[in-house]
Ligand binder design. Structure first.
Ligand code: SF4
Ligand code: SF4
Length: 281
């Protein structure tokens, strides 16, 4: 009988939110049965020690001289990466730095301390990442299947989409009809509420949270939590110059965007505008 892949999950500077997201994976028991958990800070496991692993999972950011730690975090992670075959970075903190500090692979948009180990690293950003994304990456690794990665080592299967794709408000986006407030069902949240969906690599509107919802579906703008720019200032604002968004949706030329936006606005979709007004009354 083959031995189970050995998985070691370490927390750097984190809030444990990524771990908690993973606990919501509906088939977590079956998944855990396929691996040998050498260590996890919250799940039942042996005491922590530096050892070899097939998969090293890192949650949380790096921070020099973090006063609450009695050991050198960077040195510890360096040893663990050296002793592992593959490294999964779980969460935006671990990939880019996120809320707490520097990432393992990137420090925001610069190369991070362990960029030289890029070949064995897989990035699963998100604050937190969806449980299905975490489980997908673990499953692929334990089954020794090839993960197709993009330039930032994110699995293309999950991150080649934007959060905007699959949003139920897309028709409003196309016709430039904006929601009047948070929590409403009608209207797009892009211009007035700061939605980052068109700039954010994630599949939140394809692989729904709890299989039923996403932020924009519930009337909350996407915060762009999978991106290196997260957390941005003014979460609920789309920066504009003379009414034009400072950042144009990914993959669209400014000229094409302005032409389409101008046409949509001037033609007006009366059906969508009526739905918006009916909801407000
Ligand atoms: S990525 Fe978000 S949820 Fe995960 S540890 Fe960092 S702050 Fe917490
Ligand atoms: S609410 Fe956000 S994700 Fe949905 S269509 Fe508008 S911009 Fe796109």
């Amino acid at each position: 009988m083959h031995s189970k892949p050995k998985v070691l999950w370490i927390d750097a500077v984190s809030c444990y939110g990524c771990s908690h997201s993973f606990y919501n994976y509906p088939q977590i028991k079956e998944l855990l049965n396929k691996i040998e958990f050498l260590y996890h800070p919250l799940l039942p496991s042996n005491e922590f020690k530096i050892q070899k692993s097939d998969i090293l999972i890192i949650e949380g950011a790096l921070k020099n001289n973090f006063s609450r730690l009695e050991y050198n975090l960077i040195e510890l992670i360096s040893k663990l990466i050296k002793f592992s075959n593959k490294v999964l970075l779980i969460g935006t903190c671990a990939v880019y730095g996120g809320i707490f500090g520097e990432g393992v692979l990137f420090n925001k948009d610069e190369k991070g301390k362990f960029f030289k180990c890029k070949d064995k690293i897989i990035s699963i950003p998100g604050c937190p990442p969806h449980p299905e994304w975490i489980a997908y990456a673990i499953e692929m690794l334990i089954e020794n299947k090839k993960l197709l990665l993009d330039g930032e080592n994110r699995p293309k299967e999950i991150y080649s989409y934007t959060s905007h794709m699959g949003c139920v408000r897309n028709e409003y986006f196309e016709w430039k009809v904006d929601a009047l407030d948070f929590g409403t069902k009608e209207g797009c949240l892009f211009y007035e509420q700061g939605c980052q969906g068109p700039y954010t690599h994630s599949s939140c509107n394809k692989i729904l949270w709890n299989e039923v919802n996403s932020k924009p579906r519930a009337g909350t703008p996407c915060f762009g939590c999978t991106e290196k720019t997260f957390p941005k200032r003014n979460l609920f604002e789309t920066v504009k110059f003379m009414g034009i968004p400072a950042n144009i949706p990914l993959g669209v030329s400014k000229r094409a965007y302005l032409t389409l936006a101008g046409v949509s606005k001037s033609l007006k979709n009366e059906r969508l505008i009526k739905r918006l007004i009916d909801e407000d009354n």
